[in-house]
Design a protein around this ligand. Structure first.
Ligand code: ATP
Ligand code: MG
Length: 241
């Protein structure tokens, strides 16, 4: 098993060394928990430090706004795109989500488009932001799940290390039974932004990581000028935070 670094400061130690490469992971959290930043940081550092090109599918965050916002962390995505080391697919591009309601071939088409985009730049890392965006195209719940499973399975065949981003619709939902996307993924990471008294604190937890001895605690996390930093020795819901 080859491990790739997550690119998130402090996280690799909690993962047991990094992400097993070529597998699919799920980042879940409520709005504003840092999921998109996590995804971009994973891609950016993959390109810069490991020469692993990246594909970002950004379905909710306008790519232009995203690029502008990520510059604040010093991540020049436009430049990486020019160099052919990163490609961002936004909803403006013909991803045809509106047609994803009926046949499974449309799911195959979508996976096919992503495959072509990934191969065009020899991508080793892919981020889908978010799976919820893909699901919007589906009407029936059961069909939606089946197609999502097929979509993820097709993508996993590309051999890239994939980060799927997924949202909880409301905070209490994180206690509901595990969803199918959590079973599809080789690993699940939860991000938190919890209120304690009159303040909110960020946290991160590795819910599962197949094949790895990982941390079982909810660690403190911060978003600052450098992006996300995880604190291996500090915990959410403890007085030390
Ligand atoms: N430059 C910055 N410095 C510090 N914190 C920042 C900065 N930029 C963004 N943030 C924090 O990150 C949050 C947004 O992070 P991000 O977009 O990754 O969240 P998300 O989980 O993807 O949210 P969404 O549900 O909207 O997709 C902001 O609400 C803000 O709290
Ligand atoms: Mg987001």
């Amino acid at each position: 098993m080859t491990l790739v670094t997550s690119g998130i400061s402090g996280l690799d130690a909690l993962l047991g060394g990094g992400f097993p490469s070529g597998r699919a992971y799920l980042i879940k959290g409520t709005p504003g928990t840092g999921k998109t930043i996590f995804g971009v940081q994973f891609l950016y550092n993959g390109v810069i430090h490991h020469n692993e090109n990246g594909l970002l599918v950004s379905l909710e965050y306008d790519p232009l706004d995203l690029k502008e916002d990520m510059l604040k962390f010093g991540w020049d995505l436009t430049n990486l795109e020019k160099e052919g080391r990163l490609h961002i697919l936004g909803t403006a591009e013909p991803l045809e989500f509106g047609t994803l309601t009926t046949t499974s071939t449309t799911v195959d088409d979508l996976a096919n488009q992503l495959q072509k985009a990934a191969q065009a730049i020899n991508a080793k890392r892919i981020v889908i932001d978010s799976l919820s965006g893909v699901e919007l195209g589906f009407t029936d719940m059961f069909e939606s799940r089946k197609k999502l499973l097929r979509f993820c399975t097709l993508l996993k065949k590309l051999g890239c290390t994939i980060v799927f981003i997924s949202e909880y619709s409301e905070p209490s939902n994180k206690f509901k039974p595990y969803e199918i996307d959590e079973f599809i993924a080789n690993g699940v990471i939860l991000v938190y932004y919890e209120r304690i008294g009159s303040e909110r604190f960020r946290g991160i937890e590795i819910l599962k990581m197949r094949g790895m001895k990982h941390s079982t605690r909810i660690h403190a996390m911060e978003i600052n000028n450098n992006g996300i930093t995880v604190f291996p020795d500090e915990y959410l819901f403890s007085t030390e935070t």
